[in-house]
Design a protein around this ligand. Structure first.
Ligand code: PLP
Length: 396
């Protein structure tokens, strides 16, 4: 950071402090990860200087549809990035690699297939859905008519509730995917219900995409009409988004991203996404994805052994939720105390939440970042005991 510090002592020092925080703390935030140095370097490269509104794909005329000159190399790069992501998920779906974030991917995906006022059936937010899945303070809740399905008394997505509500509200779109859900999602069952009611089916696999790429979670391809993801969570790439869609939706998806939702693509991030895809195709990536899941089970089991209640009673993926409903302190209180102890996680609502979203009765725990840093099952068991010690202190 010497170079940045010379240019700006304030910014350089803050980046250095944040780097040290990330390196020294035990990072358990389920939506975070550490991408490779190569991805970081690509994201800080000269591609940041280039404008390339439009798309590289050769359309009817044989020309690209860029609005700028000088795009020869970024055209090649963006097409390469698309090819690699199709390989990662072994799919012939169209892919758009330009969304700046997961939220923008969802914004464009909805636009591609819906009109304002159309109905979306999605997972309720206090049961694990994301802000862009219909929160009243988000564009999704404001532009579309939202109906939510719930989890059952064990905390599993209630497929009977999905079917019942789909038949009642006849949505134009059925959406699944979550920010805080620890079990396998049955994409085939969702697709069947969408077919019954003539709805589009979309999967936001932002959280589990790295596990799908590593064959640790069933794939939504073949079932969903549209699949969106972020690239920075379990996938372990740069901060950004991707949209995949059945080929007949390609033009609608592209025009929903540019010119509807965004201007110039971030070609430096697209370079990072391409490197991330290459990494995801290597055998070591499968080992990483497997270890994320194995670690998560071991970590979660240790909490259960220590007497804690876990939503759904366990985990199949990279995340689980500790249920603190019966504790005299909130998820926020535990988050703060763990922060002081060098353990980073975040508060999260639990099913049938009784506290406010600012306080919550749960914390969300993920294993992807520390798995990237080399943690194995025994390391996570030790962390469970550290968290337990902090909680015991809070109960004194
Ligand atoms: N979708 C899901 C399921 C998420 O969990 C998130 C982020 O947490 C997003 C979308 C949005 O991603 P971003 O923060 O890049 O907008």
């Amino acid at each position: 950071y010497k170079f940045i510090k010379q240019a700006s002592p304030v910014v350089g020092e803050l980046i250095e402090k944040e780097y040290n925080r990330q390196k020294d703390n035990i990072e358990l935030i389920a939506s975070e990860n550490y991408c490779s140095e190569a991805v970081l370097a690509a994201c800080g490269s000269c591609l940041s200087w280039k404008y390339a509104e439009g798309y590289p794909y050769v359309r009817t005329s044989g020309n690209t549809s860029r609005y700028y000159g000088g795009t020869k190399y970024v055209d090649e790069l963006e097409e390469y990035c698309c090819t690699k992501w199709k390989e990662v998920f072994d799919t012939d779906y169209h892919v758009n690699v330009q969304p700046h974030s997961g939220s923008q991917a969802n914004f464009a995906a909805y636009k591609a297939i819906l009109k304002p006022g159309d109905t979306i059936l999605s997972l309720s937010l206090d049961n694990g859905g994301h802000l862009t899945h219909g929160s009243s303070v988000n564009f999704s809740g404001k532009l579309y008519d939202m109906v939510f399905y719930d989890v059952d008394e064990r905390g599993y997505i209630d497929m009977e509730d999905v079917r019942k509500k789909a038949h009642e509200c006849k949505p134009q779109l059925i959406l699944t995917g979550a920010s805080a859900y620890s079990r396998i999602i049955d994409f085939a069952a969702f697709a069947e219900i969408a077919k019954e009611v003539g709805a589009y089916f979309m999967v936001d696999m932002a959280h589990i995409a790295g596990l799908v790429a590593g064959n640790e979670h069933p794939s939504p391809f073949g079932y969903a009409d549209i699949v969106t993801t972020t690239t920075h969570k379990t996938l372990r790439g740069p901060r950004g988004g991707l949209i995949f869609g059945r080929t007949e939706l390609a033009k609608k998806i592209d025009s929903a991203v540019f010119p509807y939702a965004q201007g110039g693509p971030l070609e430096h991030i697209i370079a990072g996404k391409a490197i991330c895809a290459e990494e995801a195709l290597r055998p070591e990536y499968k080992e990483y994805a497997h270890q994320v899941v194995v670690n998560c089970k071991a970590f979660c089991d240790e909490f259960i052994k220590l007497g804690y209640k876990v939503v759904t009673g366990g985990t199949d993926n990279h995340v689980f939720l500790l249920d603190l409903t019966e504790f005299p302190f909130s998820g926020k209180d535990l988050q703060d105390r763990l922060d002081d102890a060098g353990i980073t996680l975040n508060k999260n609502c639990v099913p049938n939440e009784t506290r406010s979203p600012k306080e919550t009765s749960g914390v969300r725990i993920g294993t992807a970042p520390m798995t990237t840093r080399g943690y194995k099952e025994e390391d996570f068991r030790e962390v469970a005991h550290k968290v337990d010690a902090v909680i015991k202190e809070m109960l004194k």
